[in-house]
Design a protein around this ligand. Structure first.
Ligand SMILES: NC(=O)c1ccc[n+]([C@@H]2O[C@H](COP(=O)([O-])OP(=O)(O)OC[C@H]3O[C@@H](n4cnc5c(N)ncnc54)[C@H](O)[C@@H]3O)[C@@H](O)[C@H]2O)c1
Length: 322
């Protein structure tokens, strides 16, 4: 089966390309390299193109036989999306509409969408189940929610079958060390701790130690990027079998506080973090945890790499070499 992977030169996309190739899928990677890196793409046929250009996209679909699409390409910085929402609506929403249009024209029926825990906003109950109301707190989250709201209409009207995968916190690096997290700027906790330990910044700032959690720091649900990648393949296989569109959380129901992550990073690396506490950032909630029940039952998903220590070990191997 031949799969178009948009954003396949990015962090989660490149790890998914690797898993698809291992399973003998034919892979076409489309990326404009705005934040991705050609060196991260582990194989397949690479096309540098921009999803905002409907013409470029249509050419890709007419030049290649494509049977399903995994859509990772997006801008991902919550803070930037508040400062410049137009950029996010163009890159995350307009681009997705272009992609769906090209798919429909080419008769491609299967779509796996990179959604996010950001669609939920402040949780009303923990762990968050898929039927929790969607109330995103940033333009980034709104772009993901809007795509999720569009998809059922495309299913009803055009028979497009989709799975929206709502990732919680993607983390870690390829267990073989081939690729890892490479965002510029880096806004995620684990790579920033490791970059600090490699001497990038003199101290490491924790945003808020007065949350109503046991140690006062925020608790999040970390999933190894290879476990996420594998979930995409399970989602596609299941979708083809059941022909029924779904939204599914990818999380573990288990959380770690910022301090717990820091202590684990110190243990793994044998280095000491120079901690500074700062105020909470606007919009940060105390606890975000996914219910993983649907991913386990509908997808048959198991997490093989998502122990915190392994997540940090694999990321540390990548960051030291990179
Ligand atoms: N990293 C996380 O923890 C996380 C959590 C929830 C959801 N997500 C979602 O997962 C997806 C992948 O995230 P990531 O961390 O791998 O991000 P990333 O920035 O590493 O990868 C995104 C890729 O998309 C490409 N891209 C962006 N705009 C494009 C366009 N208009 N045309 C073609 N290519 C374009 C970039 O060059 C990049 O390679 C995103 O949709 C993101 O919103 C990520």
């Amino acid at each position: 089966m031949s799969i178009l992977v948009t954003g396949g030169a990015g962090y989660i996309g490149s790890h998914t390309v690797k898993e698809l190739l291992k399973k003998n899928y034919e892979v076409i990677v489309l990326d404009n390299l705005s934040s991705g890196h050609r060196e991260l793409v582990p194989g397949g046929h690479f096309i540098q193109a921009d999803l905002c250009s409907a013409a470029e996209l249509k050419k890709v679909f007419s030049d290649h036989r494509i049977e399903a699409v995994m859509h990772f390409a997006a801008l991902i910085q919550v803070g930037e999306s508040c400062a410049d929402p137009q950029k996010y609506y163009r890159h995350n929403l307009l681009s997705t509409l272009n992609l769906l249009e090209a798919m429909l024209e080419a008769g491609v029926k299967y779509f796996i969408f990179s959604s996010s825990a950001a669609v939920y906003g402040e949780p009303k109950e923990i762990p968050i189940r898929e039927d929790h109301p969607l109330n995103p707190a940033s333009p980034y989250g709104v772009t993901k929610e809007m795509v999720e709201r569009i998809l059922p209409d495309y299913d009803r009207a055009y028979g497009l079958k989709y799975v929206s995968l709502r990732y919680f916190n993607a983390a870690g690096a390829d267990p073989d060390g081939q690729m890892g997290e490479w965002h510029q700027p880096e806004t995620h906790l684990i790579p920033n701790i490791l970059l600090h330990l490699l001497g990038r910044n003199p101290d490491f700032q924790v945003f808020g130690n007065d949350f109503p959690t046991p140690d006062g720091t925020a608790i999040r649900d970390y999933i190894h990027v290879t476990d996420l990648a594998i979930a995409h393949i399970l989602a596609l296989e299941r979708l083809r079998l059941e022909n029924s569109s779904q939204a599914i959380n990818l999380g573990s129901s288990r959380g770690h506080s910022v301090l717990e992550v820091i202590r684990t990073a110190e243990k793994v690396t044998g280095k000491k973090v120079n901690l500074k506490f700062g105020p909470r950032r606007p919009g940060d909630v105390p606890v975000l945890l996914a219910s993983s029940e649907k991913a386990e039952t509908w997808l048959g998903w198991k997490r093989n790499f998502s122990e915190l220590e392994f997540i940090i070990e694999s990321a540390w191997r990548w960051h030291q070499r990179h």
